[in-house]
Design a protein around this ligand. Structure first.
Ligand code: APR
Length: 240
């Protein structure tokens, strides 16, 4: 850990929301153990059976709406508010726990559960309510063209221009709670490292991406990240 950093990028995955009670995707009880990706998370699935795909995301909404941020989310907000650097969050998560923790500079590269996009006019509908094949777009008034604003496998990620800029200019890259198996997000650490960033992985265990990380901090993010942020703040103020 250096004395000071000027640009910090934090990539988060489902693991940062685990201590808020939300399922991850690939653990024993993960979301992909109860539903096939091919049925709910591909554009082909949506074209084949849009009602079923809408229903899957509608059913996730109440739990995500109720979920509260945990100490890991709050530690990032503390870092943003107290550390004199630009701190950006690139999240793979479609929950809004970073927003609920009052963080800012948040980029949902896989979309958001409380949004739908109109395939006719491209406008975003923000809603925690159910969306279906009957939903009328409030912007263009066309019915039946709404899609969950979730990036399906095979679709382009969101905010990639911004992400490229952040990765190529950051000097500290933290990966928190992601298995590092879904690309291109899994390659972000390589880009950051290529441009000279110091890289840390926060996870319960080593991931398949561990080769690219300078440091591994094992444990629950709700415990390890607050300590890391306090150490960073203490180092900055010369107390460590
Ligand atoms: N603290 C830290 N890490 C944790 C915790 C915790 N409390 N609980 C779980 N983890 C770790 C797991 O060890 C695992 O490596 O979080 C990771 C979660 O991995 P996945 O379930 O694969 O979730 P994620 O990496 O976010 O998936 C990436 O895949 O299906 C797509 O779009 C979906 O955004 C998702 C993407």
């Amino acid at each position: 850990m250096k004395q000071n950093y000027s640009s910090i990028v934090i990539l988060t995955g489902a693991g940062i929301s685990a201590e808020s009670g939300l399922s991850t995707f690939r653990s024993e009880n993960g979301l992909w153990n109860h539903h096939r990706v091919e049925d709910v998370a591909t554009i082909e699935a949506f074209q084949r059976n849009p009602e079923y795909v809408h229903e899957f995301y509608n059913e996730l909404k109440p739990e995500l709406l109720k979920a509260k941020p945990n100490p890991a989310h709050l530690a990032i907000t503390k870092l943003q508010n107290e550390y004199p650097a630009c701190v950006s969050i690139i999240t793979q998560n479609v929950d809004t726990l970073h927003e609920k923790a009052k963080s800012h500079n948040i980029y949902h590269i896989h979309g958001q559960i409380n949004q739908a996009v109109c395939l006719n006019c491209g406008q975003i509908l923000e809603t925690w309510g159910d969306v279906s094949t009957e939903t009328v777009c409030p912007h263009c008034a066309v019915a039946g063209m709404m899609k969950p604003n979730i990036v399906f496998f095979g679709e382009n990620l969101l905010f990639m221009d911004k992400v490229e800029k952040l990765l190529s200019t950051c000097d500290l890259f933290l990966s928190v709670g992601t298995s590092g198996v879904v690309f291109p997000a899994a390659a972000f650490v390589q880009t950051a490292k290529l441009y000279g960033a110091e890289t840390f992985e926060f996870n319960l265990e080593k991931t398949s991406n561990n080769f690219y990380f300078d440091h591994h901090i094992f444990g629950k993010a709700g415990e390890t990240l607050p300590k890391f942020v306090d150490d960073l703040l203490a180092t900055k103020s010369g107390q460590l």
